[in-house]
Design a protein around this ligand. Structure first.
Ligand SMILES: CC(=O)[C@@H](O)[C@H](O)COP(=O)(O)O
Ligand SMILES: NCC(=O)COP(=O)(O)O
Length: 238
């Protein structure tokens, strides 16, 4: 079965909004594991606006499932990943000021840089993954880097799915077949949700892992509202 790695960036966004430690992202991550998550994903950004570098070190101490760290392998990120030694590092070509990830790697243009980074992480026993759009040349370029896996960037799938599911999934299914034939493992993520994940997982062959954050945390908040309002009403009655 495809593994679910929960991205806890949004929990850190909530915590940072008040400057305290509520919610406690470390406790949240442990609870998510107890609730059945197969892994925890974080994507620290240079401004540490959600997950902080200190959180990454603290998480490593307590996690029992697969820890996946995503980000642009600049010198600071690279050093942190080499020290923490997560189960997996996912390389994402984020601009410093990006609101969220908005493209996969150009694996042809950045081939020598990616090769160097992949071998550095693999030498420390860290599984590697490269974030790519579902474009055959980019998948082939990823294979040339020596990476273990690719992560398919699913923003386009999620937006087209609402109008035309079959059209949305086609390039992803083809990219997955190609990646598998080249010996690459396949992960996927970005804007996956309760609405679109079932169709995606049925349509993508050899899908090893999805990482989901934004929608999952929004859904958890929304689906928890009735319960929590009732709990408050109950306390106000007594
Ligand atoms: C690579 C990817 O798609 C996710 O890591 C996503 O970018 C989450 O990052 P934010 O939580 O900063 O939006
Ligand atoms: N790699 C994708 C990820 O970790 C979560 O992306 P999103 O669900 O927050 O869009």
């Amino acid at each position: 079965m495809t593994k679910l790695s929960v991205n806890i960036n949004k929990m850190a966004t909530l915590r940072n909004a008040r400057g305290g430690n509520v919610p406690d992202v470390i406790a949240v991550a442990r609870d998510l594991e107890d609730f059945g998550a197969d892994g925890i994903t974080v994507h620290p950004r240079p401004d540490e606006r959600h997950i902080r570098y200190a959180d990454v070190y603290a998480l490593k101490e307590v996690l029992k499932t697969e820890f996946n760290i995503e980000g642009n392998p600049n010198p600071r990120f690279t050093q942190m990943v080499l020290e923490v030694r997560p189960a997996q590092v996912t390389l994402v070509p984020d601009a410093v000021d990006a609101i969220t990830s908005n493209a996969g790697w150009d694996t042809k243009k950045h081939l020598s840089f990616l090769k160097e980074k992949i071998s550095e992480f693999k030498a420390r026993g860290i599984r590697t993954s490269i974030f790519v759009d579902p474009v055959p040349a980019m998948v082939e370029g990823a294979a040339e880097t020596g990476t273990d896996r690719i992560e398919l960037y699913t923003e386009m799938y999620a937006s087209v799915y609402e109008k035309d599911p079959a059209r949305a999934i086609k390039p992803y299914a083809e990219a997955a077949e190609l990646a598998h034939s080249l010996g690459l493992g396949i992960n996927a993520g970005h804007d996956l949700s309760l609405d679109n994940i079932g169709y995606f997982s049925k349509g993508i062959p050899h899908l090893l892992e999805v990482s989901i954050g934004h929608a999952l945390i929004c859904e958890a908040i929304y689906l928890g509202l009735e319960n929590v309002v009732n709990m408050y009403k109950h306390r106000l009655r007594s």
